[in-house]
Design a protein around this ligand. Sequence first.
Ligand code: FES
Length: 144
Amino acid sequence: MSGEIPESELDAMRAAVDALPRRRDQLLPALLAAEHALGWLPQPAIEHVSAHTRIPLSEVFATATAYSELRLDAPVEGRWHVCTGVACRQAGADTLIEALGERAAPTECRFLCALAPVAEDGDGALHGRCVRERLLALANADVT
Ligand code: FES
């Protein structure tokens, strides 16, 4: 999978992670730095964070999967993630998923529950208080 990521982008990710102290307590900052550099956390990023922080790969991966803010899948152009946490479901997330059809993917709570329902565009921008019409307008503008 790393073959699809330009080496220059991987170098930028490594530089961002390497700028942090090599300490265990830097795990989350390192994961966030890597994700900020690449837009998501591919395997080389997880491995580099592990090597830099000296934390076992399995522990880094477990941490990365525990936080819904961290993206382990490559962004897909035109794909929207709609939060399916309790608050967002209560506020109509299912209607949004249905409206987006194949362009929608469910995601876990994004910790913006007060702004439910919440959707994330393909660039990682979060949109709160989404109503069907506004979300469709944003999604349609996203693909044109
Ligand atoms: S339930 Fe959707 S942001 Fe928390």
